[in-house]
Design a protein around this ligand. Sequence first.
Ligand SMILES: *Cc1c(COP(=O)(O)O)cnc(C)c1O
Length: 484
Amino acid sequence: MDKSIPPHGLPKEVVLNKLQEMKRDDVNFADGRVWSLVYQLDNEHSQFLKEAYNVFFSENGLNPMAFKSLKRMEHDVVQFAAKLLNGGEKAVGTMTSGGTESILLAVKTYRDIFRKSHDGFFKRLGGKSRLPEMILPESAHIAFNKAAHYFDVKIVYAPLDKDKMVDVQEVEKLITPNTMLIVGSAPSYPFGVIDPIAELGALAKQRKIPLHVDACLGGFLLPFIEKTGTKLPPFDFRVEGVTSMSADVHKYGYSAKGASVILYRNMEYLKHQFFVYSDWIGGIFASPALLGTRPGGSIAAAWATLQHFGIETYIKLTNELMQTVNTLQSEIRSIPELEILGTPHAAIFAITSKAENVDIYAIADQMEKKKWFINRQQKPQALNLMVSPVHKNIVNEFIADLKSAVDYVKLHPEAKNEGNAAMYGMMAKLPMKGMINNELIAMMENMYGTEGEMPHFEQDKKDIKTRLATLVIKAKETVDKLKK
Ligand SMILES: *Cc1c(COP(=O)(O)O)cnc(C)c1O
């Protein structure tokens, strides 16, 4: 197929129709079949977001001198978030394109602070020979892993306790003179559990180490859960040792994608996030965050949503959302084969199977057949449910399908050796992660290669299974060799 830009353009209507056609095979989020990725409220709100976004459709947040409006809105959104999270008088921050950017920036900031204050230390060690370390709960978001990879920071993982909170005593044991940052989540993405932020804060303060609370999910949700009268463990700047927080407006803030906030307790931290260069041919350059061009629309939509909803609507939405969550959770708890992991605090949680003969990935396959799109987790094998307002309408159908999936797998225990369940099961258990990573890179190479091939599990299943089986054999051989 010719992949060039068409020499003669097509009429607008034709192209727009093609776009609609393109969507046909996508997952359907608007009616609640998807349990991640889209934080859907309703069509009316989406329409409002589009209108707000469009007012600043072409504007660029790159140069705040040119678009003072965007700078003003960014300032407002940052300060709204700071007040919501009890940041006090001095809290400052910037808007970013999303949780990942907020986290990348936090890690970069603390790395630079560590480098500055350990100048002699690095010189003594000849520069790079020892990396600054950050202590992450095993449940921390993968964006920290990405940040460590990009910015040359070493990750030290702290284990979780039985409630899926990070074990603070273990965190303490992992502190070294190289520790540049401790991280906690409020709540964690895999389990929806708030880490013991108060204890982490006390530890961080005592040892004079910064503490970042990742509230990408919870930043615009936990404060409103509290305002509905539910008591939560402390998770924000009220805890003294907390030095920064990330909070996504494009998740439970219900704004358009491309909107998050990174907040610091004061300018002494934020100033290390900035990048300046005064000697560039293109002019004197100063940039607050990672991106160059920054879409004005996502800043405007975030500002507009917060203005339009106000605290009152957020509380109302949160109330309704948590009712849906509670119904789902109590229905799931009534299914004897299933279990909710840890003690989730918010609108996200993971379910696993506690019955020997019921494989959770086989349940996922059954749910997929009924057109539910649910993320599979590992360690332990589980399914992740991120609840949105739109799920209110499908609770009964979802639970009915879940129950019949459990019944099916009970009757067909061999289902765990078939289809995707077999593949994911094997991947989760393979000891040689390096080999899996190579397979994943190969898959990415196909997807982003000249053919742009999508992985097609139905067709490739046999192929992937054979390849994985070979990997298992290779892994065993390597282990045997190492033993000798
Ligand atoms: C979603 C999420 C992130 C990453 O945010 P993106 O907007 O997807 O880049 C980070 N941490 C947590 C806890 C999240 O849920």
